[in-house]
Design a protein around this ligand. Sequence first.
Ligand code: ATP
Length: 469
Amino acid sequence: MSDILIVDDERDIRELVSDILEDEGYATRKAANSDECMARLEESEPALMILDIWLKDSQMDGIDILKAVKRDNPEIPVVIISGHGNIEIAVAAIKQGAYDFIEKPFNIDQLMVVIRRAMETSRLRRENSDLKRKDTGPAEMIGTSASFRTLISQLDKVTKSNGRVMLTGPAGSGKEIAARYIHANSNRASAPFITVNCASIEPDRMEEVLFGRESSERGVEPGLLEQAHGGVVFFDEVADMPLGTQSKILRVLVDQQFQRVGGSDKVRVDLRVVSATNKNLDAEIEDGRFRQELYHRLNVVPVAVPSLADRREDIPLLAGHFIAQFNEAQGLPLRELTEEAVALMQTMLWPGNVRQLKNLVERVLILGDGSGPIEAKDLPREEDKPQEEGRVVLSGALATLPLREAREAFEREYLLTQINRFGGNISRTASFVGMERSALHRKLKSLGVVTSNKAGARVAHVEAEEEQA
Ligand SMILES: Nc1ncnc2c1ncn2[C@@H]1O[C@H](COP(=O)(O)OP(=O)(O)OP(=O)(O)O)[C@@H](O)[C@H]1O
């Protein structure tokens, strides 16, 4: 169980790596192509795999093998060997779940650093996997910013009722975790929480998946609605539900009962429905892609989940939470963040919101050397093109303005970002940007920026623009 599987089509590399590892006290097995690799995996699960990306004479390449391993044996860490200059492929492999990569040619020390770390991770993952399997409870929602507190207070108001909630917010902002929060704090907490991902279920299978099926060969196969009986059903990406299914769901909401596909009995269910979307449902309705009546049924209590840009203040807390989580769940190093790293994270663009932040933290922990605090230079640059190497990439609009106006537009956006980052606190903002408090006030006034601490609102906004609008 504690051996290392080496998959490489080059015999010399296989033998060399195996010799090095055996000298270090590890047992090894070898595979020269994908068939051999799969056969070795069938025999027994290794503690670690070292996998070459390019495999000659193989049905599957390294990435295909990686995907299969991540699907069937997700606990095995996979270290990728990539040829020189194939960094992009290696990074793609990391995104697919590889633990780390080594670039050819590599030296023994480099190899051993990665292997020792991966083996430690493997051990911790195994130790934790039982715990993780038991931990199906709701994930904790983290934040202290005004917009986050507004969200929590809205969620708290709806938990005890049976009202249908529509969560809106951009991708990755935390809509599903908010739905789980409602469930966990409601009187249905001990009943199931079932997610229906309306975007990823094939439209032709949607009804079968939701309502279940009855056939003479296989009998009754309950669908997701039946499985959620007594609990909460969460329609994620509800705007992507096919129109035909929308009508049927509407009927279920009205009648509280439905028929399984191929069946004739009426099935009664007691469900609380929570839905989420990152689309503008009004526009979807206007374009005929979403049924208005269903919208009214689902949207009894609308709750907006803020983007990460609207709660930059929470970034250090969230990042710290994810570092601790990855440490506990995967044995990744428990590292602190330097002030500069936090400041950079707080000024970055986050189109993928909290999910993007979580992924970035994981990537930094995986790719980093594992020691000392995370510094600004450790953060991947492609997350944030505009700040690359101290250069500002001009957006189209900015580039067409005369210098004075462009400078003002920049100053306004920069100061808005900083003020939001410090939760509206002008003294802290002034000290960070290096201005006197009174000078900052004057500057903000001249730029038409007004500040307020109204909970839930973006704490600063531009007055001039509003006046123009
Ligand atoms: N406040 C929070 N505290 C801790 N973790 C959070 C918080 N908000 C979001 N997350 C985490 O961020 C990730 C993305 O959140 P979630 O899946 O809930 O977003 P979503 O809005 O439903 O995304 P999508 O629109 O893509 O379905 C999850 O791993 C979730 O646990």
